[in-house]
Design a protein around this ligand. Sequence first.
Ligand SMILES: Cc1cc2nc3c(=O)[nH]c(=O)nc-3n(C[C@H](O)[C@H](O)[C@H](O)COP(=O)(O)OP(=O)(O)OC[C@H]3O[C@@H](n4cnc5c(N)ncnc54)[C@H](O)[C@@H]3O)c2cc1C
Length: 162
Amino acid sequence: MENKSFDVIIVGGSYSGLSAAMSLGRSLRQVLVIDSGLPCNRQTPHSHNFITQDGEKPAVISAKAKLQVDIYKTVQFYNGLAVKALKTNKGFEITTESGEIFKARKVLFATGVKDLLPEIEGFANCWGISVLHCPYCHGYEVKNEKTAIIANGEMGFEFAKL
Ligand SMILES: Cc1cc2nc3c(=O)[nH]c(=O)nc-3n(C[C@H](O)[C@H](O)[C@H](O)COP(=O)(O)OP(=O)(O)OC[C@H]3O[C@@H](n4cnc5c(N)ncnc54)[C@H](O)[C@@H]3O)c2cc1C
């Protein structure tokens, strides 16, 4: 990539990062989106409760979003992991895993959340498939099926009712 200086670097290029990239790109800011391609919902076969996208595969939603953002020549993409962020006199420097350094006046972190899963054998493999964290996103698909709740105290009671 020739230009290594931007107005804004967005670390994370899933839904939040791409939304920010669209707004900033349309505001004529020079934007770089750095994304390592591991969104939190990557194991989920279908997304729900998201109007216009109900039942769609998460990766298809991202791909559509990326296509729409890609129209704006003000936005560039870099596939990789950002491993270091440094504040400088002029702004920020972001270093990627492969050692490339990008500079920007502003940095926006859209890195999502990391789910901390219990160390139960098989749990991680079933995450988002048959282990479901959100009844609003995935409850309808398993309605009237036998369900086990993993939660503590009042939260467990509320989830059982739900
Ligand atoms: C299992 C599961 C199922 C879900 N199902 C639904 C559903 O059906 N309906 C619904 O509305 N919502 C659902 N959600 C919630 C939805 O997925 C999140 O709200 C949404 O993905 C959040 O988007 P985000 O861009 O903030 O984070 P993410 O989508 O998690 O994206 C973060 C991005 O940042 C990148 N990244 C992180 N660190 C770095 C770094 N250092 N350098 C470069 N890139 C980095 C990651 O690779 C990733 O691409 C689900 C969530 C989970 C976990």
